[in-house]
Design a protein around this ligand. Structure first.
Ligand SMILES: N[C@@H](CCC(=O)N[C@@H](CS)C(=O)NCC(=O)O)C(=O)O
Length: 304
């Protein structure tokens, strides 16, 4: 398998529902595996924190640098948020997939929501996991939903737009093998940023209006990695985020919310992007610049 076949937006295989009859919500039954590098996994960390599920669903954050053997759970990322995996004798994420599904042949991607009672994977698709966290927390706790019924259509459209016009083109630019492919997706990314900046100028605080929604949980992780990783590694170098004043303000605003700002680790994601084997250029060290705001990832203009 070449590096080009992975690290894009992975197709996922486990689509069960937390809160269903098979996977009823129970304290300390479910476990989340993530990585600080992966923007998709980052969505689930944000949502776990935003909904207060931190006291109910454990978290193991894999080591930042993925190897050919997969995400490393043994040399886990050190932080107060991350606990040792409950499956003590499995040190790599592919082992968790094998335990859950011995015939599984796909990629062992993060995030994974694991059921420690049945040793199965509930779900490994970030967009579904965050919606389920929202639903479960709304039902069981005083969490105010980020997916209100009257805005679900709009939120769905905004999420699809983000995926098609920003997120997928980011990887298509980064892993392009010819000038035309690179150029096409490069333009798409910056066209979308202009559109998002305009939209935020009109909507106010958040993408879908004055209320924080799932669309913001989708948007923040990729935007927060833009300046320090994608700008140079994927040659998305037309502009830094600060060229878009409304996006810059928006990222600053989200970064002030602890579930967003506290779950971002710029140094860890830089190591994961710049030192991993499956990126466009495997490096020996991380770049020194640009200096970014640690809570939003937005590059700070330097006078000298
Ligand atoms: N569609 C998935 C994408 C997850 C994904 O692409 N994860 C990447 C890291 S960013 C991964 O773990 N890939 C496995 C591999 O490269 O082996 C989601 O949204 O959860």
């Amino acid at each position: 398998m070449s590096a080009n076949e992975i690290c894009h937006v992975e197709m996922t295989s486990f689509h069960n529902e937390l809160g269903s009859e098979d996977y009823p919500f129970e304290k300390d039954r479910y476990w989340l595996f993530t990585s600080k590098v992966c923007p998709f996994a980052h969505r689930t960390e944000i949502m776990r924190a935003l909904t207060g599920l931190t006291d109910h669903i454990g978290l193991t954050i894999a080591g930042a640098i993925q190897t050919e053997q997969g995400w490393d759970l043994g040399g886990r990322y050190e932080s107060a948020d991350s606990a040792a995996s409950p499956i003590a004798d499995i040190y790599r994420l592919p082992g968790i997939y094998k335990l859950a599904s011995p015939d599984y042949l796909g990629r062992a991607s993060v995030p994974v929501l694991f059921d420690t009672k049945t040793n199965t994977i509930v779900n490994n698709e970030s967009s579904e996991i965050i919606r389920q966290f929202d639903q479960v927390a709304t039902q069981h706790f005083e969490h105010s939903t980020l997916y209100p019924t009257d805005k679900q259509m709009l939120i769905g459209e905004l999420i699809n737009e983000l995926a098609d016009e920003l997120i997928t083109p980011i990887y298509q630019t980064g892993f392009a093998k010819d000038q035309a492919t690179y150029q096409l997706h490069f333009e798409m990314v910056f066209t979308y940023l202009t559109k998002l900046d305009k939209r935020l100028g009109e909507t106010g605080a958040y993408i879908a209006g004055d209320q924080l929604t799932l669309a913001d949980v989708h948007a923040y992780p990729h935007l927060a990695r833009f300046d320090a990783a994608y700008h140079s590694l994927y040659r998305l170098n037309k502009n830094f985020i600060r060229a878009y004043p409304n996006i810059t303000d928006y990222m600053g605003r989200l970064g002030e919310i602890s579930a967003f700002g506290d779950t971002l680790d710029v140094q860890a994601f830089k190591e994961g992007y710049f030192l991993a084997w499956n990126q466009p250029t495997e490096g020996y060290f991380t770049p020194a610049g640009p200096e970014v705001n640690p809570r939003s990832g937005v590059a700070i203009a330097q006078a000298t």
